[in-house]
Ligand binder design. Structure first.
Ligand code: SIN
Length: 323
């Protein structure tokens, strides 16, 4: 069977608001995430009734509580299904709060040659007008697109690449933005308009098996903390991290969300230099919502190569895992 004949989809559920339940239909914030089974979410979308699907519940959590064991389970299920020739793509239902981190992890580790489409909702499944069913339906259209590949996030009719997507609003039903890169495309009535290339995929095979083995073999990710530079930052938090002995994992890295073009308060910088001297990797990202640190000669800290602070944290942890 070649890639164009593969029509089967796999839907993996992990929880989130898309699976949320509230006591009242007009309550869009006081709900509990991760309550409705992914099989019920699929049943809410009539168009999916005719699509050959496998549906699996991998987790049932609020994504703010994401942990490595769920990522392990999810990456393993994704990889197993990607290897099936009859599978065209995978859809993952996920909470919006850390969807950008899961998308980044799956793209960085797997670089899948088929589409892996994460989708979500900002209104619970019990809402007067839930947004989940349309998002799920759009995600399926993307996963079935013959040219789609790599990890993307689909929400509110927009397709975002895993590397650029960020949640930028806590309430709107279109809460994501891809910053300067812009969205990858859009879905309109199950039709795609694609504006820029799909995420990078492995040159051969369904995914990067060696990188997946490294992730699966890690009982914990190397410990990388994320801190901010701000007015009156005095470096105390860094010194506390360096002095800390009770943590299960030793401190291996710090990402600092710097002001503007990755600048850091002098007093915090002094503490970060101390951390570097003790063998801790330090990377600076920008705390600005858009743009990236523009590298320049003499910059005091290596920069995150355009990654947002949360993604830079994950990237450094994965890099340390390989070291
Ligand atoms: C979550 O991230 O699981 C809860 C919030 C959401 O999905 O919007």
């Amino acid at each position: 069977m070649n890639a164009n004949q593969a029509r089967r989809l796999v839907v993996l559920g992990t929880g989130g608001t898309i699976a949320g339940r509230a006591n009242r239909a007009n309550d869009n914030v006081g709900y509990v995430a991760g309550q409705v089974a992914v099989s019920e979410l699929v049943a809410m979308v009539p168009a999916l009734a005719t699509c050959p699907l496998d549906v699996e519940q991998v987790a049932q959590i609020n994504s703010k509580d994401m942990v490595l064991s769920v990522w392990h389970a999810l990456a393993a299920r994704v990889a197993e299904h990607l290897d099936r020739p009859e599978v065209a793509g995978i859809v993952i239902t996920h909470g919006t709060d850390t969807i950008e981190e899961t998308a980044f992890l799956l793209q960085t580790v797997l670089k899948p040659s088929k589409p892996v489409v994460l989708t979500c909702a900002m209104r619970p499944a019990t809402a007067l007008v839930p947004d989940g069913p349309q998002n799920l339906s759009d995600a399926v259209a993307v996963a079935l697109h013959p040219e789609a590949r790599g990890v993307v996030v689909v929400c509110a009719g927009r397709i975002h690449g895993a590397i650029d997507v960020a949640k930028v609003h806590p309430y709107r039903t279109d809460p994501f933005d891809s910053g300067d890169a812009g969205e990858l495309g859009c879905v309109e009535e199950a039709q795609l308009r694609v504006f820029r290339p799909w995420p990078q995929a492995v040159p051969e095979g369904a995914f990067d098996a060696a990188a997946l083995r490294r992730l699966k073999g890690a009982a914990a990710l190397p410990r990388v903390e994320l801190i901010f530079s701000h007015a009156n930052a005095d470096g105390e938090v860094v010194r506390a991290l360096l002095g800390q002995t009770a943590a299960a994992e030793p401190l291996r890295g710090i990402v600092v969300a710097g002001t503007g073009n990755g600048t850091v308060h002098d007093d915090l910088l002094a503490a970060l230099k101390q951390a570097q001297a003790s063998g801790v990797e330090v990377v600076v990202a920008s705390r600005c919502a858009h743009g990236r640190v523009v590298p320049h000669p003499g910059q005091p800290l290596p920069d995150s190569a355009g990654l947002s602070p949360v993604k830079a944290r994950l990237a450094l942890a994965l890099q340390l895992l390989e070291a």
